[in-house]
Design a protein around this ligand. Structure first.
Ligand code: SF4
Ligand code: SF4
Length: 497
């Protein structure tokens, strides 16, 4: 397949060899599982179980809280010991409503939904419903509910399901291992998703630095005419939906548009495997593969962990910490988020846990901008980071918005390359948060204004109707009085001719 060039990008030290040869190992059941109600983008899930209740593996614990939401299921059998606030796996360290499940050790399954016998003959809606009911979200870290994304095929003409196996973040190898060890499951799940989308073909994009994954996926796809595996250049951020789409199709996604507007929907390889389990076996999303790496991890590896496992248990399973980490990161070092501590749970979007040493983080105090323009050259979105940062520093968010800060995909390439170590992406994340908050506030004010205006119109209409009714009643009374007067006059005339 012909590939197309993608603008900008960087080549960080990938350090994937630390875990790329570590086969996926299943984590033994932890002492307790902590399942936040918000493990996805959208409305939090709503609990359907109570404290003290015994639940079975795969049983629904919380249903989706809205059209864009995802349910949560029990990763094993046991007792719900609490539904309470627990520190979220987020840099804020803020608490989040969480279901705590104490495993009973039996790992006893609930009765699961029946498999969809022939997904390629099934209605696309039936597949989407199964994916929604199984709590599947974007496993690459985006955590957008997958069924909603699969529904894009009902609104737009989708010609390609692009399966994202690029895994361009340094250190992370969980997708690589999933493709190498479960290629048939991934290909089957991708074909099922294409059916749900109404997409006639599947293209799997894998960075060239994963030759075994490319071979395994090519082998699994051999018998399927509509699945093609493509090796894409190693170039961070190739795993971004927009850039992978551009490399494969040559089409550039316009700012504030979706790849679906170009007829392409992108899903992660782990998501495809989860769809395979849900459709073929009725199994909801209960666990995920996590890369545990970084210089401070004694035995880095890839672990399939039940959702809700504490990061501390995961790290312990990987031999614990060999030295005090400088930073704990949820995800990759480029786009991941620092964690407040190890006592936070693995959730649906946790693709990596990194315990980085001081040498690996290479934190240096920022210096002044030397106007070298490197950040401009490498920005894969064609933005001018130096200019946007300058506006944000002056608190001129409007100007930053005009120069495209909302189109920034937060890839961190500019911060990585800046010779003055200016944390540019932090500025952009701050600005995007502030602009989103302003936008929400503006929309709230507009909605309130519209409500007030509607109320005023209703009141004015009611007052006008009341006035009209009073005028009509007065006119009626006057007409009746006039008629009575006329009748009296006529009677007088008859009596006194
Ligand atoms: S401005 Fe945004 S998109 Fe461009 S390099 Fe920096 S973080 Fe990436
Ligand atoms: S890379 Fe850093 S020093 Fe160079 S122009 Fe951009 S912000 Fe300034």
């Amino acid at each position: 397949m012909k590939l197309f060039p993608v603008r900008g990008g960087v080549h960080p030290d990938y350090r994937k060899d630390r875990t790329s040869e570590s086969a996926i190992v299943a984590l033994p059941l932890p002492q307790a599982l902590y399942l936040p109600l918000q493990q996805h983008i959208g409305a939090p899930a709503e609990p359907v179980v109570a404290e003290g209740e015994h639940v079975l593996k795969g049983q629904l614990l919380a249903h989706a809280g809205g059209a864009v939401s995802a349910p949560t299921h029990a990763p094993t059998s046991g007792v719900i010991t609490a539904i309470t606030d627990v520190t979220a796996p987020h840099p804020s360290g803020l608490p989040q409503k969480t279901i705590i499940l104490e495993p009973d050790g039996k790992d006893e399954w609930a009765v699961l939904p029946a498999p969809i016998a022939d997904p390629f003959a099934a209605e696309p809606e039936a597949i989407r419903r199964r994916v929604a009911e199984s709590g599947i979200v974007g496993m690459g870290g985006a955590t957008f509910p997958s069924a909603v994304k699969l529904g894009l095929g009902t609104q737009k003409k989708i010609h390609t399901l692009l399966l994202n196996g690029a895994e361009c973040e340094p250190y992370l190898t969980c997708d690589d291992r999933v493709m190498r060890e479960y290629a048939a499951e991934v290909v089957d799940g991708a074909r099922i998703m294409a059916r749900a989308l109404g997409a006639p073909k599947v293209v799997v994009g894998i960075e060239e630095n994963k030759p075994q994954a490319i071979a395994a996926m090519t082998g699994a796809a051999k018998a399927t005419p509509n699945v093609e595996v493509v090796a894409v250049p190693v170039q961070y951020p190739m795993g971004s939906e927009r850039h992978l789409t551009q490399a494969i199709t040559g089409l550039e996604t316009p700012a504030r548009k979706l790849t679906a507007d170009l007829g392409v929907v992108v899903h992660n390889v782990g998501t495809a495997r989860a769809v395979h389990h849900a459709v073929r076996f009725g199994r909801p999303l209960l666990s995920r593969v996590v890369t545990v790496s970084g210089g401070a991890i004694a035995k880095p590896g890839n672990v399939e962990a039940p959702l809700g496992t504490l990061v501390s248990e995961l790290v312990e399973f990987c031999g614990g910490l060999s030295e005090a980490p400088r930073r704990i990161v949820n995800g990759g070092p480029m786009m991941g988020q620092p964690l407040p501590n190890l006592d936070v749970p693995v959730v649906k979007g946790t693709c990596g846990i990194l315990a980085l040493t001081a040498g690996e983080t290479d934190e240096q105090p920022p210096g002044p901008c030397i106007r070298c323009g490197t950040c401009v050259t490498i920005c894969p979105c064609g933005l001018v980071p130096v200019e946007m940062a300058s506006y944000i520093r002056k608190d001129n968010l409007e100007a930053a918005a005009k120069t495209g800060v909302m189109d920034c995909v937060s890839c961190g390439s500019c911060s990585y390359i800046c010779p003055s170590h200016i944390p540019l992406v932090h500025y952009f994340n701050y600005a995007k948060g502030a602009l989103n908050a302003l936008d929400r506030e503006r929309r709230k004010q507009d909605a309130t204004k519209a409500l007030v205006e509607a109320h005023t119109i209703r009141v004015e209409k009611a007052a006008a109707a009341k006035k009209a009714a009073a005028a009509a009643a007065a006119a009626k009374r006057a007409a009746e009085a006039a008629a009575a007067q006329a009748s009296e006059t006529s009677a007088d005339k008859q009596a006194n001719p």
